[in-house]
Write a protein that binds this ligand. Structure first.
Ligand code: DAH
Length: 342
């Protein structure tokens, strides 16, 4: 665009040149030349003012447009990596400040529980959240097609993969891993706290996802008295009081003999209260002496070594300790619930 007024034309040419090089393009719109052109208007003859003012406005409009176009060109966007797992262009997400968050109550209690077992000589190991039929059933001496397999309400994929319904799936693996202890005259002593999954009807006492702690102990001469003493010691330490314990015969394919294990109610000393459903006793876990076939499948000679094992529901233990009335709170991610444990 050219301007008929010579002064305006020469300022236009100069400013357009400067615009091309300027770092701060908008400074052109505030330039001294434009201001002095504006200051000239009142000095002009009245007949010339309108035409001059019009051309000056045209120049300002042209420059404003050029400045806007130049700014658009500057804003070159970084390419987006569409295969990235998160938007790498978005920067880091704003993390919740640690003082605003809190540990999940189950994690806090699991730490305390593992610490107690560590003091009793048990190493803590993890389970896994996807497994196979061998570890869920076969390695645990479940006969093929035995109805006991159905007791576990197991989630299974069409390919036969399994979301473990108990932490006993790890017995075979950890018996094998720690078998060298036996050759070195040390026991196998492993605690496995982790998540398990069952296709349950949900209510205040049943959740599809919950925690168990599996324990295994193997050495020469281990007997059921050791099993009962170990569990009693742990539970008295956890509840910080003396407790009576009770075992009743039960059936698990992977233990012989098998027991159901109960403690006297820590809240009413057997008088009967809401927590123990007025029974005075609370069933806490299944346990027993590891079946010789389970030891054999892990390469351990049952004529030399014996051992015990147990599987304990952690949610129940923690619910009683912390007076939590509904197991579904744990997986709910409800902040009103979680904030009570800060
Ligand atoms: N896995 C059993 C369950 O979830 C619990 C159990 C019972 C574990 C006896 C054991 C055991 O290790 O010896 O019902």
């Amino acid at each position: 665009m050219s301007y008929s007024n010579k002064k305006i034309e020469s300022v236009a040419v100069a400013l357009k040149k400067r615009l091309a090089k300027a770092e701060d393009k908008t400074s052109i719109l505030r330039s001294a030349e434009l201001k002095s052109l504006g200051a000239e208007i009142p000095l002009l003859k009245p007949a010339e003012r309108a035409a001059f003012g019009k051309e000056l406005n045209q120049l300002k409009a042209e420059l404003t447009k050029l400045v806007a176009e130049a700014a658009d060109d500057d804003e070159t966007l970084e390419p987006i990596d569409v295969t990235a797992p998160m938007d790498i262009n978005a920067g880091l997400p704003a993390f919740l400040l640690t003082e605003n968050g809190s540990r999940h109550p189950l994690m806090t209690e699991l730490q305390k529980i593992s610490d107690i077992f560590a003091r009793m000589g048990f190493v803590t190991e993890e389970s896994r959240h996807i497994d196979d039929e061998y570890h869920m059933f076969d390695s645990l001496n479940f006969p093929k097609d035995h109805p006991a397999r159905d007791d576990y309400d197991t989630f299974m994929t069409t390919e036969g993969l399994i979301a473990p319904a108990h932490t006993s799936t790890m017995q075979n693996r950890y018996l094998k891993k720690y078998a060298p202890n036996l050759k070195a005259d040390r026991p196998i002593a492993v605690a496995v706290p982790d998540r398990v999954f069952r296709n349950e009807d949900l209510d205040a006492r049943h959740e599809h996802t919950f925690y168990q702690l599996e324990g295994i102990y193997v050495d020469k001469g281990v007997h059921a008295g050791n099993l009962i003493a170990t569990l009693k010691t742990f539970l008295e330490e956890y509840y910080q009081q003396e407790l009576e314990v009770r075992t009743q015969p039960f059936y698990f394919p992977f233990t012989e003999p098998s027991f159901e294990f109960a403690i006297s109610c820590p809240f009413c000393a057997k008088k009967g209260c809401k927590v123990c459903s007025h029974a005075g006793w609370i069933e806490l876990l299944g346990c027993g002496m590891i079946h010789p076939n389970v030891l054999k499948m892990a390469g351990i000679d049952p004529s030399v070594y014996t051992g015990f094992a147990w599987g304990m529901g952690i949610d129940r233990l923690v619910m009683m300790k912390q007076s939590i009335e509904d197991v579904r709170h744990f997986e709910s991610a409800k902040l009103e619930f979680l904030r009570q444990f800060k």
